[in-house]
Design a protein around this ligand. Sequence first.
Ligand code: ADP
Length: 488
Amino acid sequence: MDEGTTSARAALYNEEGRRVAAQSEPIECFYPQPGWVEQDAEAIWRAQLDATRRTLAAANISAREIAAVGIANQRETTIVWDKNTGRPVAPAIVWQCRRTAAYCDALAQREMVRRKTGLVIDAYFSASKIRWLLDHAGASPRDLLFGNVDTWLIWKLTGGTHVTDPTNASRTMLMNLESGDWDDELLNLFGIPGEMMPRIVASSGVCGTALAEHLGAEIPIAGIAGDQQAALFGQACFSPGLSKNTYGTGCFALMHAGAHAPVSRHRLLATRAASPDRTAQYAVEGSIFIAGAAVQWLRDKLQLISTAAESEALAASVPDTGGAYLVPAFVGLGAPYWDSSARGLFTGITATTDRARLVRATLESIAYQTRDLVDAMEADAGQKIKELRVDGGATANNFLMQFQADILGCPIVRPADTETTALGAAYLAGLATGYFKNMEELSRFWRSERVFQPQMPVDRREELWAGWKRAVAQCRFVGSEQARKTSP
Ligand code: ADP
């Protein structure tokens, strides 16, 4: 089960780790105020159940034949419900929601939080969202339970088991990254009672049984991971230095960091990676807010293209952008800048700038932003990455993949199965139940479909890169000037 922000997906895998059926159900987002993003937790559950039932029907397989269920989920999204009635006290607060930004800005003890959690204090993570729900629940905290989407789905599937895993817990800002336990000092900082928190169990291990009423037979639930960590696992990035980047609405790059908690000196996040056993595994993570979303902007707002796929041929129809750069800082800049006042910019325009060059600049911006993350990861790790494994919708774009290889100067490897999130959840569940033998077997399952080798001369790459850095500096200047003018 792969419960994402825009849809709930289900996929069925065989003993060779091959997908034999998959179905998805859309999920609606609600925007009740600027910056607020909500979902209906009951609708999430129904969509996930429907997608799963339809997958079984499509494969003509009964639930009795299923070895195990694994769950990957949109991370940080926060649900609080009444443990007696099972009813959510309010709509789920989605990870993108900024309603607690002012509360977070006012929090002290930033260094303590960073040291314990590996995160920077931000409305993105669950803790401030739980606080908000407690303030607006209209019920005693004694009757309430908290869960991210993994916990909510398992509670529903099992009829009351209340658990999560370290990858999801590490995104709440309430778990001590090293001990893997809820931390009293953090719970106190946000005023959250420990009793409402789920039990943290292994990412790979049987943690409950789905009731027969849901899928037609009882099935063990044996794997849990947040979507990005599931994708890292599905990409068979099992050892330090192995990295993946997911190109969807945004980009999420994760580098496996081994068995010791990393400390990023270059403004990335430290987080838990999914572990195949009870040992702690870590990753360094960087997130870009606007990647494929900039292509959607070309399509829907500028109407320069009618499908995202069209961007590939248009970009390839010109040799370069003629010195133009787009910085898609539509909602500020994420890692490694963390600049919420930055705003988007199209710069270096000349009389030759046309539709194709703007489209090309947009695709190139995805690759440049990724290099910002990879440079930070390499600086943290003190070594160059050997290859970047990729997944997500925009990896279908061959122009983008080749430009990415060129601007990084390292091979980009696109796997045969780019639905790596669901695959990672299946791997975790299959390992726990003996359906899959071991990590070596999973590494053998992973197959590359195409490798993009860097072809651009080094001096050309560095010249383009220097132009990107100047464009980013300009966009941050524009943002700070605007912020200065509008502040009292
Ligand atoms: P998410 O899981 O975030 O919804 P997906 O992995 O489904 O995202 O990818 C969809 C995103 O990828 C969209 O933002 C879309 O604009 C972009 N995209 C899809 N196909 C292409 C393409 N061929 N070229 C460039 N961008 C693309």
